[in-house]
Structure formats: structure tokens, C-alpha cells
Design a protein. Sequence first.
Length: 256
Amino acid sequence: MQDAALPRAGDVQIEAERGPGMEDSEHYTFIDLGASSGGSLDWASNVFGGRGLGVDSDPDKISKLRAKGFDGVVADASQIDAEDNCVKYVTMMHFLEHLPDRDVAAAVIDSAVRLASDFVFMTGPDFDDADYLGENGLRKHYADWTGHLWHHTTKELSSIIRGYGYPHCIIQSNPIQDSNHRVVLPLSCPRNHGFYDPGIDPPKPFCVFDRKIFCNVSFILTKRKDLSLETLCARAQGMLGGRVHSATSVFPPLYA
């Protein structure tokens, strides 16, 4: 675990070890918790704007992140030693499902809400309707990955974030209409499987679902009163639908 001085209120300056040729200090707009090798830092910068700092507990991932030109520190996302409201926003992308349980995830969300002055954004796989799919001999392909430890439902996420009393919304995206969807597997497929391939995988029962089922779930929580929750939701929906370039042309970056 490397020690690094994390953001301080006011100047939001980080002192951290950098890759070759990088400055010893930099100003940051956002923190990305569970940054892995840096893809989510790039995504957030394109979607919301500003310069980000990645936080991950895995030193190897931080090394890869830095090799790509991003800034990052090794730290426990649930125990960030930094002042409140030290960055504009905090992101958590495909991260919470890798935490061991709800309590640890709630502590990470608490860190995110504390550190952000403006808003918090989270996205990850949607684990709703597992029982319904199972009754039909089906599952979502990521539902039994060994790395997915906390299968957060929309109800669980809502129960955590509504406790802060800030305006928030939960977005479910990429709908699944029937069992032909490539995310849907038969229960006979092995664990840690990717998308369904009809040429290789066992046959699966066909059914049209009688409820709304989704691939992804996200939430946005706003702390700044003049920041429109509706605009943030519209921006995020555009990004999550894979329309990054068209969405950014409609919604210019919030932060320089």
C-alpha cells in the first residue's frame, strides 16, 4: 500500500507518485473509485469533464493506469483520508459488485458522497430478477462470475442512497425483451461465461419476459442545489446507451 496525500478542500491538490515525466502535483476535478486500469477515468472525463484521479486497492492495476498516462493512488476506497467536498464529483463504475457485501459497499458509497461537492455517479451490472430468470431455466451471463461478490439490486442501492436525503435517481438501461438476448444464458452454461453463442453453447428455452429486465443499473446523487438531476440523468442515459459522441455534442462537458 502506497502512501499519498489525497485531495484537500480549497485547492484540491494531490501529491502522489507519478509515472515518468509527469508533474509531482496536479489539480483534480473528480475521483474514480475502483479505477482498475483507467478505462473509467477516460469515460468520466469524456462524459462529465475535468481531470480525474483513480483509486484502486490493487497496485498492479494502478501501475497499468499510470502507464496509460492517468494519475492514480493505491488506497482502500472505503477509507479515503481526504477532506469533505474535495472534488466536484466521484464515480464508481463496475466496481461495487466486486466488493464483498452490502456493508462494505455502503462504506464506499459513503466515501463517495463525502468527497464529492456536486454529485456522485455509479454504474454496474443489473442483478434484478435473478429468481424470475432462474424459474425459466435462465440467468444473466455475469450473475455467477467469481469476481462478482455483491449482487446489488435496485432496491438495495435505493435503500442506501436515499438515506442521505439528496436528490437522486436510479437508471436501468439496456433492456432485455426475451431470452434471445445475448446476455441471457441457459443455466447449463458453466460459470464465468461470456455472451451467449448459439453455435457453441447449449440450447436455451425461448420466452418473452413479462416484466422489464435490464443489463445495467446506475444511480446519480446530486449535492449541489443548482445542478439539474434531470440533465445529469439524460447525459448518463446517452452515454450508457453507447452514444458517447452524439451525447457529448448535445451535452458539452460540465467541467473544463
